[in-house]
Design a protein around this ligand. Structure first.
Ligand SMILES: Nc1ncnc2c1ncn2[C@@H]1O[C@H](COP(=O)(O)OP(=O)(O)OP(=O)(O)O)[C@@H](O)[C@H]1O
Ligand SMILES: [Mg+2]
Length: 353
């Protein structure tokens, strides 16, 4: 039983539109007792949080008892009138692109990895950073599971390289998948921001950043401290109606990271026999959402069993099956991302020049 199962279960449970997983400050499994420390969003919510937690964990095997503690939530968000945060640029990186989502499991890591490959195919120098401290999956998708990184003579981390992409995952630094979140929590979050700057990335046109799902502390800390060219928000038709995706868009806005656009994942299914398209989770929903928020849809990825299979095997579809419609959809997204980011950069230069 991994702490990840617990986090997955907590991610499914919400309280006032916030996933329980986002409130976790520390989590540890001692024998069959799970010890959780929550940051308390509001006083008086203790009891209902405990109840929701127990409910959420009923289906998780091997957890027999749950102990919950609370600490008061210190707002990480900037408040009106507060001093502005300073954002640092990662040296050598032309464009840092964050890939976020309101909710887990919508295909963020799949999109990050294939977007990185598609940008590389277009001739750009590309890196991929897996910042998902709760469930790093880039090592699996890119076929470098169990990889370890070394440091150079200047004490900088040397990323791995696969399919021509520079790769770094928090997974390369954790002793094992079952490492408790106490090592993945605030301490690691701080380390993550720090280590972005202590990596020998070389010169890159694009660094794609796979964020953890949701709008928790990791996302905010990174977004407030690191200069990013823009963000992509991944959603699926069945999740777009949820408040989560709106929260993700609002978060990027709040920390002044322009949303480049929305990627609609699992948009439709093409029947292999008839070639007919089926909009399994509804048609037009993501477009409706994007329009109402003034956002652009960068592309729609079909439900493709092969996409999932190639990811599990560590042979991402853009690299292994470049002629499929799915791979072409990712290249289309990469083209738009590069056009938009480069146009913006030219405009910034024009304004400042
Ligand atoms: N278009 C698709 N068609 C079929 N399967 C997909 C598609 N997109 C993603 N998947 C599969 O769905 C699962 C979740 O995808 P992924 O890990 O990319 O999501 P995520 O948003 O990064 O999840 P998490 O919140 O856990 O980080 C994976 O098994 C992946 O292979
Ligand atoms: Mg992921």
């Amino acid at each position: 039983m991994a702490v990840k199962d617990v986090m997955d279960a907590l991610r499914e449970a919400t309280i006032n539109n916030t996933n329980l997983s986002e409130l976790v400050k520390d989590i540890k499994l001692v024998g069959k007792t799970l010890e959780i420390v929550y940051k308390l969003p509001n006083k008086g919510m203790e009891e209902v949080l405990v109840e929701k937690t127990r409910e959420a964990l009923e289906s998780v095997p091997d957890v027999e008892d749950v102990r919950v503690r609370f600490v008061e939530d210190v707002p990480a968000r900037p408040v009106m009138g507060a001093p502005m945060f300073t954002k640092r640029r990662v040296p050598g990186i032309k464009h840092l692109i964050a890939v976020g989502s309101g909710k887990g499991g919508v295909g963020k890591s799949t999109v990050s990895a294939n977007l990185a490959l598609a940008l590389s195919k277009l001739g750009y120098r590309v890196g991929l950073l897996d910042a998902d401290i709760y469930g790093p999956s880039i090592p699996t998708i890119m076929g470098v599971k169990g990889g370890r990184v070394e440091v150079d003579q200047n004490n900088r981390i040397v990323p791995l390289e696969k399919f021509g992409i520079k790769l770094l995952s928090i997974g390369f630094l954790l002793p094992s998948e079952d490492t408790p979140v106490i090592w993945r929590g605030p301490m690691l979050m701080k380390a993550l921001t720090q280590f972005l700057f202590d990596v020998n990335w070389g010169e890159l046109d694009y660094l794609v950043l796979d964020l953890p799902p949701g709008t928790g502390d990791v996302q905010l800390t990174l977004a407030q401290n690191v200069h990013m060219s823009g963000a992509l928000v991944v959603t699926t038709p069945q999740d777009v109606a949820l408040a989560d995706v709106k929260k993700a868009v609002a978060m990027f806005k709040e920390v002044q990271i322009p949303v480049i656009g929305v990627v609609e994942n699992m948009a439709y299914f093409v029947c292999p026999d008839s070639g007919k398209k089926y909009y399994v989770f509804g048609k037009g929903r993501v477009a409706e959402f994007a329009t109402s928020y003034g956002l652009k849809i960068l592309g729609s990825i079909p439900i493709d069993p092969e996409l999932s299979e190639t990811s599990d095997k560590g042979e991402p579809v853009v690299a292994s099956h470049p002629d499929t419609d799915t791979a072409k959809a990712f290249v289309g997204i990469a083209k738009l991302v590069s056009e938009i980011t480069e146009r913006r950069q030219r405009n910034v230069f024009k304004e400042s020049g």
